[in-house]
Design a protein around this ligand. Structure first.
Ligand code: SAM
Length: 295
């Protein structure tokens, strides 16, 4: 089953959390000269046009990135993420209007929104390599197009869980793995955690980021439980719920498990989460930040 298309959801509140964390992790990795390997098990299309029928049909980005992109009071911790989205949109303005003056253009209109490969591309350097997996026949085509002028990127139309395990440990012994399944299949909840547990056995110093939706609370609890029963150390769990848990169908919140997070990530998220609640949430919105497993 491959019906999920991230184009419907690009730039929503869940992307704001996931991509701001990814930006902070990648920003941290580039502080050392030594190269690292970025692995994206479920890449999506790479870049999204917000004017297209998918994004316009749901309008999810309007309740996500659009609410904060021009906010001058955004916390410093969001700077790597927000400045990247702004620069991509400035570049997209210039490509549609070659006469636009770079120095005076402050429109920041949102035309494009990056997927996780788009975020990674902005951070990786010559010495870093990137491995992107995607199964969907249309999105793999978009992803390949997006990656055309990107050096040291390897794109594969194959299963991302197996892909991660085949690349671990990376020769540089420095790596960031993003696991971001669509959760169309219930087995994704278990498979995603198991993949990290197996990868960690071979590469315990890597940073792993696992995204999840809050749809049914017991599925999230099962993931946390499986992590705590494993040999993995140092897991941070962050969650942002727009609404309280419910038995109705639909995503009410989003979260991430981050194995071996950069040391400043907790304090950065302590800034980001209340800000997100103020800008994107309501009285029903809540968030948690929890060191699920100690170092
Ligand atoms: N990581 C992307 C981002 O942040 O922009 C979004 C990814 S989206 C949530 C999940 C993607 O995984 C979909 O594009 C879907 O086609 C793809 N997919 C589903 N099962 C897969 C698998 N086993 N291996 C690789 N990709 C898969």
């Amino acid at each position: 089953m491959l019906s999920y298309r991230h184009a419907f959801h690009a730039g929503n509140f869940a992307d704001v959390l996931k991509h701001s964390v990814l930006s902070l992790v990648l920003d941290y990795m580039t502080r050392k000269e030594k190269g690292f390997c970025y692995i994206d098990s479920h890449s999506g299309a790479g870049m999204y046009q917000l004017a297209d029928e998918y994004a316009q049909k749901t309008g999810e980005y309007k309740d996500g990135i659009a609410k904060i992109i021009n906010d001058e009071d955004a916390p410093e911790s969001l700077e790597p993420y927000l400045s990247l989205i702004k620069s991509l949109n400035l570049a997209s303005d210039r490509s549609t209007d070659p006469s636009a003056d770079i120095s005076t253009d402050t429109s920041n209109d949102l035309d494009v929104y990056p997927g996780s490969p788009g975020i990674a591309k902005a951070f990786v350097r010559r010495q870093d390599s990137s491995h992107l997996f995607e199964l969907h026949p249309t999105d793999i085509q978009h992803l390949e197009d997006f990656c055309q002028r990107w050096r040291k990127v390897f794109v594969k139309q194959s299963d991302g869980y197996q892909g991660v395990l085949g690349l671990i440990p990376p020769p540089s012994r420095r790596g960031v793995v993003l696991i971001d399944p669509p959760y169309e299949l219930k087995e994704d909840y278990h498979k995603a955690v198991k993949t990290i547990i197996k990868a960690y056995e071979k590469f315990s110093t890597g940073t792993y980021i696992l995204w999840y939706p809050v749809v049914k609370r017991e599925l999230v609890e099962q993931m946390s439980y499986t992590f705590t029963k494993s040999s993995i150390k140092n897991v941070l769990q962050v969650e942002f719920c727009l609404e309280s848990d419910t038995d109705e169908y639909g995503m009410t919140g989003t979260g991430l498990f981050i194995v071996n997070p950069p040391w400043q990530l907790t304090s950065q998220l302590e800034e980001i989460l209340p800000y997100m609640k103020t800008k994107l949430g309501s009285d029903d919105t809540s968030y948690t930040l929890n060191q699920l497993i100690a170092e």
